[in-house]
Design a binder for this molecule. Structure first.
Ligand code: GCO
Length: 452
């Protein structure tokens, strides 16, 4: 059966997704695992970054987080109870190759081995991501992603993971949001490792993409039947005003945020005029790099949260009353549907999985012990309706993973923003599904939902 849209007598509409549509959730290693030194794990750039006063809003770190490293059995059982098809998680490089290069730490791999087995026995497809921002500190000490060697180290680490998990994992994802790794980590400095240099960011962007391509070769060789994926975040941009300056700003920011990674992966190269505009000499690009980067992938992971407005003087603020989440990001579902059609029109994309979509909300209403998060439920429902509409228009979307399974460590924001559909009590570490989790679970069981 394909997707369908059936109007009911009460004025609401039932949206049904195609058979086999994947419903699930996503997390990342540093945000949930804790256990920062267990079984031979070394520090990542995020352990270091958190240790500098002022870097994290609430002064917190990832030392305990959701304690998932010790509670993964309980966590998988919860996902099974909710009926999820898939779980996207990331692997901590610092557990598998603690020095960044060289010796493989078997005890670190054992954890992901057990997690994959636990998921499979619960009937949940594992979607591991090789890199969700937690670079080994030892590599950063040698220049991090600004150093080309890091791309090769990433491929070696990936090979070690594929050797261990490739007999069971059917989709391997290389990078999560390379834009954020390069921009927030090397240009803006609001993420680890905290550099503030456009030049470093441009070098990092190329080496991240090279790392994706090189790791992809190892995935192809080590797990020929597995699918190869990359996860890219997209933030649709609109000019704040009609002025020429704002339109030029929007044009280049759009290239830097929404084309810079996907264009090279799909063989279109870097946006040349914007590369000139930001003064990139391209000295990092060596012969053959662009071919390695553009080797075919099987799946594009799309992360979407919000749209933004660009103004040349950075003066734009959302008008009062604009619907937004607790981090001040506008809630604008139509931008999502438009984006999905744009991706499908622009690229020869074999399949799309929504790998992240969700929102932090106040979570201040309870019924007994459960958070009643109708606002988050509405966000997920209205964004999934956009996904449904895009599927109807022929965009090949195979599933939707909500960000996030749990409330967790939201990077520089610490534990303030709560993205989870499952609440985590940070005192007791108890997990309690919010109303949105129950709705998502119920919708999954019917492969659709009502929308008014
Ligand atoms: C992301 C991140 C998540 C964030 C989420 C909300 O890939 O951006 O995967 O780690 O928590 O996006 O900011």
């Amino acid at each position: 059966m394909s997707s369908s849209e059936i109007a009911s007598s009460e004025g609401s509409t039932r949206l049904t997704f195609p058979d086999g549509f994947i419903w699930g959730s996503a997390t990342s290693s540093f945000q949930i695992e804790g256990a920062p030194t267990t079984d031979g794990k070394s520090p990542s750039i995020w352990d270091t970054y958190c240790s500098v006063p002022g870097n994290i809003k609430d002064g917190s770190n990832g030392d305990v987080a959701c304690d998932h490293y010790n509670r993964y059995v309980e966590d998988v059982a919860l996902m099974r109870q909710l009926g999820f098809d898939a779980y996207r998680f990331s692997i901590a490089w610092t557990r598998v190759v603690p020095d960044g290069v060289g010796a493989v730490n078997s005890a670190g791999l054992d954890f992901y081995d057990r997690l994959v087995d636990e998921l499979l026995s619960a009937g949940i497809q594992p979607f591991p991501t090789m890199y969700h921002w937690d670079l080994p500190q030892s590599l950063e000490d040698n220049g991090g992603w600004v150093n080309r060697d890091t791309a090769y180290a990433f491929a070696d680490y990936t090979e070690a993971v594929v050797d261990r998990l490739g007999d069971r994992v059917k989709t391997f994802t290389t990078l999560n949001e390379p834009f954020v790794s390069a921009n927030h980590g090397y240009v803006v400095g609001e993420h680890a490792p905290g550099h503030t240099s456009m030049e470093m960011g441009l070098a990092a962007s190329h080496h991240l993409l090279l790392g994706h391509g090189l790791a992809g070769e190892r995935i192809r060789a080590g797990a020929p039947d597995a699918r190869l994926a990359i996860v890219i975040n997209f933030t649709p941009l609109e000019p704040a005003t009609d002025s020429e300056a704002d339109r030029v700003e929007t044009y280049h920011r759009n290239h830097l945020e929404n084309h810079w990674y996907s264009d090279p992966v799909f063989g279109l190269g870097y946006p040349e005029d914007t590369a000139d505009h930001v003064g990139w000499d391209r000295s990092e690009i060596q012969d053959g790099d662009m071919e390695i980067i553009s080797a075919p992938i099987d799946l594009l992971g799309v992360n979407f949260y919000t749209r933004e407005f660009a103004s040349a003087d950075d003066s734009f603020e959302l008008p009062e009353g604009t619907p937004q989440n607790t981090m001040g990001w506008e809630l604008h579902p139509p931008s999502f549907g438009k984006l999905l059609r744009w991706i499908n029109d622009r690229y020869d994309v074999p399949s799309i999985l929504i790998t992240e979509n969700g929102c932090p909300m106040p979570d201040n209403i309870r019924d007994e012990n459960r958070i009643v998060d109708d606002d988050r439920l509405d966000y997920i429902r209205s964004h999934m309706a956009q996904v449904h509409g895009a599927i109807e228009d022929g965009v090949p979307i195979e599933g939707y993973l909500v960000w996030s399974l749990f409330d967790n460590f939201e990077w520089a924001w610490g534990y303030g923003p709560t993205f989870g559909i499952v609440e985590v009590n940070y005192e007791t570490l108890e997990r309690i599904p919010k109303k949105s989790a129950l709705w998502f679970s119920e919708s999954k069981s019917q492969n659709g939902f009502e929308i008014s």
